[in-house]
Ligand binder design. Structure first.
Ligand code: ADP
Length: 264
């Protein structure tokens, strides 16, 4: 398994099923002229299928931009993104939206639930947008496992932050997506709720064979993952197995992220 794809661009097998998503020589620039910012600078990574991958890096290193590009929410200035074997850049807007709804589940920092819908309605929303009938027994299993079966008629404002995030996880998983994309999902949670959420994401990978990629600043969160990909200035500079919080901290310790974490 080679999470940094730099050496493999010329020998790429598009049908290679080991990868949930591959980002190949991607540049993403914002603005123009002297105000131009290069958020991703020729970045190449591979996110393994059926594994839990963390994307780490200091603020401004390009994590959110990468997540948006690999999930088809944003288009790179140049380079390729392969979701499985599907080249996202070859799809028109309508096809891209359909692929995204069908194949990617999202968990954002604040849950991103619609405030006027109940928890249950929020869970069903993504699946119904993608035009598929939710699998009722899978839905029941999910909400029971996530401990929200008795909260389904509540509005988001009547739930704790941890419960809202569990609803977001159920919504992301209901359509059995190829990839779950989580952007700082524990950023707004206390340590107990954070641990529970990370254990659930871990369980999605171990028990259901889900592929999960998560942006995080936090070495303790990264310790729940299989692998860390480290960004600096829009490039992938390191990739390593995430054994424990301390081992992650040691590995990122000398770079900009290490200083940021130490300063918290
Ligand atoms: P991170 O998620 O690691 O904090 P981002 O991907 O948000 O990093 O940002 C990477 C760089 O791109 C930063 O310099 C940021 O200021 C810049 N950037 C991100 N989004 C925009 C935007 N919409 N317009 C201009 N610059 C942006």
């Amino acid at each position: 398994m080679a999470p940094l794809m730099t050496d493999q661009l010329n020998t790429l097998d598009e049908a290679d099923a080991r990868y949930a998503v591959r980002v190949l020589d991607v540049v993403r620039e914002y603005g123009s002229g002297t105000g131009k910012v290069r958020a991703l600078d020729g970045l190449s990574i591979a996110v393994a299928a059926q594994r839990f991958t963390a994307i780490m890096g200091a603020s401004g290193s390009g994590k959110s931009t990468l997540l948006h590009c690999l999930a088809g929410l944003d288009q790179p200035t140049s380079g390729r993104v392969l979701l499985g074997s599907t080249e996202l850049g070859s799809l028109d807007d309508r096809a891209l939206t359909a692929e995204r709804r069908r194949r990617i589940g999202f968990v954002f920092q604040d849950g991103n639930l619609l405030p006027h819908l109940t928890a249950g309605e929020n869970i069903d929303l993504a699946a119904s947008l993608s035009g598929r009938r939710p699998d009722r027994s899978w839905r029941t299993e999910l909400v029971e496992r996530l401990g929200i079966a008795d909260r389904l008629s509540h509005l988001p404002s009547q739930l704790s932050g941890g419960q809202r995030q569990r609803v977001a996880v159920a919504r992301a998983l209901l359509g059995r997506p190829d990839l779950v994309v989580a952007d700082e999902p524990t950023g707004a949670l206390d340590s107990t709720s954070s641990r529970q959420l990370l254990e659930m994401l871990r369980g999605c990978v171990d028990d259901y064979g889900q592929s999960v990629v998560m942006v995080t600043h936090d070495p303790a969160a990264a310790a729940f993952t299989d692998e860390v990909i480290l960004l600096e200035d829009g490039r992938a500079v390191d990739a390593f197995t995430s054994a424990s919080r301390d081992s992650v901290l040691e590995r990122v310790g000398h770079g900009a992220l290490g200083q940021e974490v130490a300063g918290r």
